[in-house]
Design a protein around this ligand. Sequence first.
Ligand SMILES: Nc1ncnc2c1ncn2[C@@H]1O[C@H](COP(=O)(O)OP(=O)(O)O)[C@@H](O)[C@H]1O
Ligand SMILES: [Mg+2]
Length: 270
Amino acid sequence: MAKEKMILKINNIEVKYHEVILVIKGVSIDVPVGGIVALLGANGAGKSTTLKAISGLLKHEDGEVTDGSIEFSGKRIDKMSAEKIAKMGIVQVIEGRRVFEHLSVEQNLKVGAHMRKFGKSIKDGLEMVYNYFPRLLEKRTETAGFISGGEQQMTVVGRALMTNPKLILLDEPSMGLAPMLIHEIFNIITRLNQDEQISILLVEQNAKLALNVAPHAYVMENGRIVMDDTAEKLKNNQDIKDFYLGMTDFGGRKSFRDVKHYKRRKRWIT
Ligand SMILES: Nc1ncnc2c1ncn2[C@@H]1O[C@H](COP(=O)(O)OP(=O)(O)O)[C@@H](O)[C@H]1O
Ligand SMILES: [Mg+2]
C-alpha cells in the first residue's frame, strides 16, 4: 500500500495504563483513505487499546500513548482530547454494543448527532441511518434496553453514523450475534464504506468474517503486530488457518507463536 494516501497512520506507538502497565509495544498500522483494514487477534492482544489510543478514549482509562505518533489526515492526534478527535471525524464503536438502555432507539441515534456540530442535519442523519438499517426505523420508539442484541449493535453503529464520520473504529461488531445478523451487519458495513466513502478500521476475533470484508489485515498478539498482509494471502497462510480460521470454539487455544513453533517442530520430526 506504499503509494496510497493514508487517512490514518499509526507510527510505532507504545501505550501504557496507569504509567506502568505496558500494553502496546511498538505498533504501526496504516488505513488508506476510503479503505477497510482489519485488526485481528485473540482476546487480550491489545486491539481495543489500540482503537482507544486513536479515538482518545484511552485518557479516560488512565492510559497514554507514551511513544510513537498517530496521524489523522496528516495531523498529529495522539495528544488531543477525545472530544477534539471526534470533531475531526473519527468515531469509535466500542465493544459490547453499549446503548443508552433507558432511551428510545431514536434518542440513542440523536445522541450521536450532538457529538459533532457540523455536517448533516439531525433529520438527514436519521434518514440515512434508517435507510441503511430499516429495522431501526421499525424500532425507533422502542426502549433500547429491550431490543435484540443485533438491533442494539445496529443502534450503536447508527449512532456512530450520526456523527458524520470520516473514519469509524469498529470494535468486534460480530461478538455474540447470530450468523444471519452478523451477515446483515457486515453487508451494511461494506455498503457504508463503498457508498459513503467512510474509512473503517475493523477489530475482530472472527478472522473469517473480517478477511471477507477487509482487503488488508494486521494480526496482533501480545501488544505487537506479528503479521500484516492482504486478506487473500492471510486466508492462505497456514498459521492463520491453524489459529484463526475454521475454529469452532475458543477454549484452550494456543498462542499464535505456539502454533508456529509447533508447526516448525513437526516439520523437523517428519
Ligand atoms: N484500563 C486498563 N487498565 C489496565 N490494563 C488494561 C486496561 N484495559 C485493558 N488492559 C489490559 O491491556 C491488555 C489488552 O487489552 P485489550 O486492549 O482490551 O485487548 P483486546 O481488545 O485485544 O482483547 C490486557 O492485558 C488488558 O488486561
Ligand atoms: Mg477488545
